[in-house]
Design a protein around this ligand. Sequence first.
Ligand code: BDR
Ligand code: CA
Length: 314
Amino acid sequence: MRKIIIDTDTGSDDAVALVMALRDPSVKVLAITTVSGNVPMQQATYNALQTIDYAGTYKPPVYKGIAKPLLCELEDATQVHGKDGMGDVGFRAPVQQPESEHAVDALIRIIGAGGGDIELVTIGPLTNIAVAMLQAPEVMKKVPRITIMGGANFYSNPHTPCAEFNIMADPDSAFLVFNFGVPITLVTLEACQTNQAPLTDDEITSFRAAGETAAFCMDCNHTTYDLAQKVRGYRELELPDPVAYAVFSRPELIKTSFTAQTSVERGGTYTRGTTVFRKRKYFFETEPYQPNSTIVTGVDGPAFKKFMYELIKD
Ligand code: BDR
Ligand code: CA
């Protein structure tokens, strides 16, 4: 069984990814660590605990992480995910409480005690991971791979013309993580958008009917698909974090990807948070070419939806 820690800024699509992970028989979630992003960290923590309750399986410990990006101010995504990050539905309150240990300390302790087989799945800004790498580099080198929902290849994010939210929200932390040396699978926005990965109006309705947990997964996203209705004129639901989780759990779902030496633009009036992909060494370059990442740009949409449906239904 694969062992993971999920780092999340729990908003509505994070919630679906958490449900999937907690119900995936091939995976054990050792811990959930929270970070500011979609919503401030305290709210993300509450949402993660709430989600564990609705997933209805086991209850991994939840650790509160860093409340502020490394060097910049937090820009949240409540305009997409609702004021509470969960569609402002008013789901029942969680019973489980967060742990008292800090998320960064928990990451270092759990990975340090492990046998080099604990993977990270990150579905929010990379602040906790970067700080853990700064604090305990030798321990964090034991992580065999990080699957990151983040970055964009050709897609333009509404926040800025060329960056995706998770990277843009804390580009300095993302820069540190990409330059640290642990192999990365980066699931970009393109992978979540193209190849029919978004749920259609009919699929939202039919998934919703598949039990309490499935209804929770759809309803918490209603501000997201309502926004699609407003902006595009039709209801659909993009689910970046569930696609990233699916890529982690079922890599055979990847349809298009490439290998790159990836870094992150930290400055720039227009380009802050852009993921920069160096795909090969050019003859005039003197610095070595050191690929650090697999960049996923497309998935098998129907197979992703089937995988998700099987996990969230009752
Ligand atoms: C990412 O940002 C958030 O809106 C989602 O939760 C996802 O992690 C997509 O850009
Ligand atoms: Ca997220």
